[in-house]
Design a protein around this ligand. Sequence first.
Ligand code: TXA
Ligand code: MG
Length: 336
Amino acid sequence: MPRNLPRLPAIRSAADPEALAEAVRLLRAGALVAFPTETVYGLGGDATDDRVVAAIFAAKGRPRFNPLIAHVPDVAAADRIAVLDARSRVLARRFWPGPLTLVLPRRPAGGVSLLATAGLDTVAVRVPDHPVALALLAAVDRPVAAPSANRSGRVSPTTAAHVAEGLGDRVALVLDGGPCRIGVESTVLDLTGPEPALLRPGGLARGTIEAALGGPLATAAPDPARPAAPGQLASHYAPVRPVRLGARTVAADEALLAFGPRPPEGAAATLNLSPSGDLAEAAANLFAHLRRLDGAAVRAIAVMEIPEYGLGEAINDRLRRAAAPRDDDAPMSQVD
Ligand code: TXA
Ligand code: MG
């Protein structure tokens, strides 16, 4: 049934200095390299080269060109591609490296491909908090565009094996840095307007940013005509099986994605995001558990209720999209 199964890419341990050097060579030569970050694995390519960015979209099978995050090793490198005001500097100093992406005015001379920014005069920038990513970015010495290293509409990868399964040899090399510590993508914050606006909940909790800014964050109203963060659209991170949220009981032909100390009994298979009810642990397990349950021979995946505070906001955001109705004929519904 599966036609043209992609062959597996090379997976090499990021602890091997030669593998890291090879990744740098490949990126500088315009190839695609998957690398670990603290959130999820990224599908990296030279962000200054339109053809490379186009190859990223092709490898993901993205139905349309959404703007990508430019990854850099430090604030100085961010300064070269974007304009940071006082507010951005406060956030950068406080949270970089870390799971916060800032949408900033783009510096035209900064060289980031217009395809990577979808023609916008803004650019999304992030400094990932992972030693492998930082070493790679410093050595490559140019911004690296990196969406999550999964095929469009599929669950984001938190291990090197997930990347290899999903992308096959569409990626030249997968640097293996072990499982991702945070497990959900970065929080995307728009700083180009008068008020900072949360475009995508993610690995840095809203409350932590609000405390640093000293005030509440606006949430960008979803505009289906021109989404600022298309990752916000429905049916994203979709497992193959239907997903049922807010489960208090479970059927014998369902798999259960549990949370907390007292999951209901009777599921065909159960994986617990965090038996102790810890939201950070739950975020780290989210995509890997969803994948494993999706592989079980069940009718559906039932998911227990997750509290909506702290990292729960990002977890629930991803779960709602995993549960959203799908329509394979509607490319807008699966963008990442
Ligand atoms: O954790 C992460 O952020 C991962 C790892 C690999 O770093 N990367 C990631 O990238 O999730 P991606 O391309 O899948 O998500 C980028 C998000 C999308 O929601 C996109 O719409 C938004 O950032 N974005 C990028 N550039 C933007 C811009 N100029 N204006 C508004 N939103 C933008
Ligand atoms: Mg993604």
